[in-house]
Design a protein around this ligand. Structure first.
Ligand code: DUR
Length: 294
């Protein structure tokens, strides 16, 4: 166990481990698959060789190993903006060179043409942020309760690589890839337009608002926008991001995924995505210092 953390601005212990993920230099590869829950991370980490596991007390788990010979990290990044922030910043702090984050999450969809089991891919992403100030006074405009941000595009080169690789190597799954805008709420409930009789959320018109203001929306979840936002403001654009999510909720008819179907989707989409991540070209990779695990 470590003797404590130093530097309140970016806490690290004496062994150079970060405060929330507990990762140090050598623990993280430059190609990263981020999934929401520990179960999905553990299921996909079975496909890595020479695995090194870092489990932090806050439930983050980082697996790093080789995927068909290529160093690759799979992280359980949990849910929402703050957890996404921890993962991206703490991984960035302990690595060198470009970082490639591929988010493979779950989502709902407002689009009645999309189905549970489809993969919603974020060509761009926008946030839906609850505005607490609006709740302290009556609002003439019901849109004042939630701010929908401007969309941030995915990393174009990474996006093209991922889609091209999936199309060339996994043509069977291609018909179920749905490209469009990923919307990331600051909550699973209020900002995603879920009714909750215990709270005054002023979100009754949210799904209609999404389908009229953001008609290309394929997914509603809680992370992709922050990932794209951070990648966009990374110094020297050293962070590259691509976000996709398997649809588990059809918001137009209230259908929700069964446990068996969700389990099946983890590898049905996870393996094609791992294949595509391992094939991401990294400039000057041979000169870089890779992870120490493997
Ligand atoms: N998620 C949503 N909304 C949905 C379905 C899935 O936010 O309707 C994602 C994002 C978050 C987790 O990580 O799953 C919440 O259950």
């Amino acid at each position: 166990m470590s003797g404590g953390f130093h530097n309140a601005d970016f806490p690290m212990d004496d062994q150079g481990r970060t405060y929330h993920l507990m990762v140090k230099r050598g623990d993280v590869a430059n190609r990263i698959l981020t999934v929401g829950d520990t179960h999905r991370a553990t299921a996909l980490a079975k496909y890595l060789e020479n695995v090194h596991k870092v489990e932090a007390s806050r439930h983050f788990i980082t697996y790093t190993g080789h995927y068909h010979g290529t160093p690759l990290t799979i992280v359980a990044s949990l849910m929402g903006y703050p957890n996404t922030d921890f993962v991206v910043r703490e991984f960035r702090a302990v690595t060198d060179g470009p970082l490639y984050f591929i988010r493979f999450g779950t989502c709902g969809t407002p689009d009645p043409n999309l189905r549970i089991g489809d993969l919603a891919v974020g060509r761009d992403a926008a946030g839906i942020i609850r505005n607490p100030d609006a709740f302290r006074a009556p609002q003439a405009d019901p849109r004042a309760y939630y701010h929908i941000t401007l969309p941030v595009p995915a990393d174009q080169t990474l996006y093209n690589h991922m889609l091209a690789h999936l199309r060339a190597n996994h043509p069977d799954v291609v018909p179920r890839i749905r490209e469009g805008t990923a919307l990331s709420g600051c909550s699973f409930f209020s900002s995603q337009g879920r009714p909750d009789s215990h709270f005054t959320d002023h979100n009754e018109s949210m799904l209609t608002r999404i389908t009229t203001e953001m008609p290309h929306t394929v997914s509603i979840e809680m992370e992709t926008f922050h990932l794209y936002d951070l990648a966009d403001v990374s110094v020297g654009h050293s962070v590259h991001a691509f976000g996709c999510a398997m649809i588990i909720a059809e918001r137009s008819n209230k259908n929700f995924v069964t446990p068996a179907e969700k389990e099946r989707l983890v590898t049905a989409w996870g393996i094609p995505l791992l294949d595509a991540i391992a094939a991401i070209p990294i400039p000057h990779e041979e000169e870089m210092h890779g992870p120490e695990c493997c």
